[in-house]
Design a protein around this ligand. Sequence first.
Ligand SMILES: NC(=O)c1ccc[n+]([C@@H]2O[C@H](COP(=O)([O-])OP(=O)(O)OC[C@H]3O[C@@H](n4cnc5c(N)ncnc54)[C@H](OP(=O)(O)O)[C@@H]3O)[C@@H](O)[C@H]2O)c1
Length: 326
Amino acid sequence: MTNPSAVNSFSTTSTIHLLGAGSLGLLIACRLQQARQNISLIGRDQQAVEKFSKSGVLFENSRYLFPSFTAENIKKNSIRRLIICLKTWQTLPAIKPLINALADNAQIILIQNGMGIIEQLGDLIRQQKPEISLFHALSTHGAWKENVWKESACKNNTNQQFTVHQAGTGEIRIDANCQSSWITAFTQANLNPQTDSDIKLAAWKKLLINCCINGLTAIANCQNGQLAVNLHLKQITQQLIDECLTLSNKIYPELATQPIADLIWQVINQTAANYSSTHQDHQANRLSEIDAINGYLLDIAKTVQLSLPVNQTIYRLIKSAEAASV
Ligand SMILES: NC(=O)c1ccc[n+]([C@@H]2O[C@H](COP(=O)([O-])OP(=O)(O)OC[C@H]3O[C@@H](n4cnc5c(N)ncnc54)[C@H](OP(=O)(O)O)[C@@H]3O)[C@@H](O)[C@H]2O)c1
C-alpha cells in the first residue's frame, strides 16, 4: 500500500482532511486541532458542513469549529492528507465523489475495523490516481457522539450540536511505512500512535477477535464478558475460535505461531463490561460491519474450500435481522 516516492513529501502543516466525522473521526479531529493541526472536515451534505463550521463540536468542555466541505464544493486536487474514519460499508460510496479532489500524491490513512476494504479502496483510487499512498490503521480508542439540540435566540434557528466523548483511551496502531508526519501529528495530539511493521497481521488478529465476540454478543444481547461466564455462550465462543484457528492456520502461517485463542479469551475478560460495536449497531437498528468481519472470514474460507458453520450461522443471523429492520 506504500508509495515510497511520496514519503515525507508534505510538511506537518499541510491541512488534514477528515472523511467520516462520526464518533471516532470527531474525537481524532478535535485532538488534532488541540495539537494545532489544520483540520478540515468533509460532511455528507451542506447541513452537516454548517454544523461543523458554525455550531461546532463540543469536546472536553470546549467548542471546536472546523472548516468543512461537501464532496461537491471541495476544490479539485486540494486534499493532500486525508484520514478516513467511516464504517466499512460507507467507505467506497463516500470516496467515489472525492477522487477528483485528491492530490495526485495524496496520503490517506484508513482508520477502520474489519477487513477487505483497504484493498478495494486502493484499487478504486489508483485507477485514477496511481501515485496516491494508502495506509491502514487500527484504533482502540473508544468514542461516542451525542446530538444536542440547541435553541438559539432566534426562534426558527434551532441547530444541532455534536458532543463527542472519549469512552476509553487506547492507541492507533498504524502501518510503519506511513510518512513520519502522521506519527508526529498523532503523537502531539495524544492519540498514542504505535507503528506496526506488519499491520496486516495486526488486522488479522483484530479480525479473529471480532469474529468471535461481535456477532455473538449482538445475537445474545450481552456484554462481552458473558461469553466467558455463560456456559452455553462459552461453548459457542470456543467453536468460533476453533473455526477461526483452522482457517488462519491454513492460510496465514504467521498467525499459527501466535497464541490467538488465549488472546481472544484475554480480550473477552479485559472488555467484560463493554458492548461490542456490532451489539450497539444491532440494538440501534443500524447496519453493522459484519460483512467485513465474519463475512470477510467466510469469503476467505471459500477460497480454500473450508466450511465454517458456526461463523456462517452468526453471520446469517445478523444479516437476517438487518434485512428485517434496517
Ligand atoms: N467509535 C469507536 O469507539 C470506534 C473504536 C474503534 C474503531 N472504530 C471503527 O472506526 C470506524 C468508524 O466508526 P464510528 O464509530 O466513528 O462510526 P460513525 O460514528 O457511524 O461515523 C461514521 C461517520 O461517517 C459519516 N459518513 C457516512 N457516509 C458519509 C459520506 N458519504 N460522506 C461524509 N460522511 C459520511 C457518517 O455520517 P452520518 O451520521 O450522516 O451517517 C458518520 O458521521 C469503524 O470502522 C469502527 O469499527 C470505532
